[in-house]
Design a protein. Structure first.
Length: 126
């Protein structure tokens, strides 16, 4: 027991007298929330969300678009998508609002507000 009469452990004062990161009454958190915070702290903002977008990319973009374009980054609300040809890049720019709306259902934790399109310097990852 600590000096104030409470038991140590999660959400309280454990060994070493350190307070929980989110206060004494913090309960369990979803793993996704913890990973997002951890990656942000390591300077990898958007890595978890990007992986979520990549996992649902064919569903969101459609097979034809997904065969020629893929998400490469998600930082500060901007989803960067690489395209393998300038014609597909132009098509993606026209579809950007549709893509953002399409992400809302399968990727509810993703906070993308804009799409940036670039020509790919390397082939699509398999």
């Amino acid at each position: 027991m600590s000096t104030d009469g409470r038991q140590g452990g999660f959400g309280g004062h454990g060994r070493g007298g350190r307070k929980a990161a989110h206060g004494d009454n913090a309960g369990p958190r979803p793993v996704v929330a913890s990973l997002a915070e951890a990656t942000r702290m390591m300077g990898l903002e958007g890595a978890v969300e990007l992986a979520e977008v990549q996992a649902h990319w064919v569903e969101v973009a459609g097979e034809a678009v997904a065969a020629h374009a893929w998400p490469t980054a998600l930082r500060q609300g901007v989803l960067t998508v690489a395209a393998d040809h300038h014609a597909w890049a132009a098509q993606l720019r026209l579809l950007s609002a549709h893509l953002l709306r399409g992400l809302q259902v399968p990727c509810p934790t993703v906070q993308a507000i804009a799409v940036q399109v670039s020509l790919a310097a390397v082939p699509r990852p398999e």
